[in-house]
Design a protein around this ligand. Structure first.
Ligand SMILES: O=P(O)(O)OC[C@H]1O[C@H](OP(=O)(O)OP(=O)(O)O)[C@H](O)[C@@H]1O
Ligand code: HPA
Ligand SMILES: [Mg+2]
Length: 179
């Protein structure tokens, strides 16, 4: 698996430190709000799992699965809900937990959906932000790292469902993908 990686962008230690910092900030900002943290599956599962353990407040979790990349390194432009939330978001302070904002299509679709369901507030925390590829005007409320315009994998991020289990985030060698 490691031989498919061109460059390590973010080490396991750098990720841990940043996730802790984000968790501490969210602990301050969401005190007494009992936020509903929504993990955007599949990519955000390691981030969400680590982040909530750095949030020292009462919170609840829910999971939504959406997909638009499939087996490609380019967005299909169509965001598909694979699994919807279990509970209502009405009146709740919602925190959407994402692994990466790239074109911004996934998030703009999700934000519209959640606002339409009458959440009290909807904010976004993303571990990675790739502003170079943005086609929407979206900016995350909380962001870990800015990444360059390259396809990255690891710590939940996949190419064709692989590499999610890498403990660090790296750039995939171009010869590994075909599109
Ligand atoms: O800003 P965008 O261009 O929309 O890209 C970001 C989204 O794309 C990826 O999901 P993907 O569709 O690959 O599903 P996955 O999380 O199951 O891998 C990633 O996990 C984000 O949810
Ligand atoms: O760079 C990326 N890597 C993995 N999944 C993604 N989904 C959007 N951008 C990316
Ligand atoms: Mg993916």
């Amino acid at each position: 698996m490691q031989e498919d990686i061109r460059e390590v962008l973010l080490s396991q230690e750098a990720i841990r430190e940043k996730v802790q910092e984000l968790g501490q900030k969210l602990t301050q900002d969401y005190r007494d709000l009992n936020p509903l943290c929504i993990c955007v599956l599949k990519g955000a599962f390691p981030f969400m799992s680590d982040l909530v353990r750095f949030m020292d407040i009462h919170l609840e979790t829910d999971f939504m699965a959406v997909s638009s990349y499939g087996d490609s390194t380019q967005s299909s432009g169509v965001v598909r809900i694979v699994k919807d939330l279990d509970a209502s978001v009405e009146g709740r302070h919602v925190l959407v937990v994402e692994d990466i904002i790239d074109s911004g299509l996934t998030l703009s679709y999700l934000l519209e959906l959640l606002r339409g369901r009458n959440a009290a507030s909807v904010k976004v925390v993303t571990l990675l932000d790739k502003p170079a590829r943005r086609t929407t005007g979206l900016k995350p409320d909380y962001s870990g790292f800015e990444v360059p315009d390259a396809f990255v994998v690891g710590y939940g991020l996949d190419y064709a469902e692989k590499y999610r289990n890498l403990p660090y985030i790296g750039v995939l060698k171009e010869e590994v993908y075909s599109d």
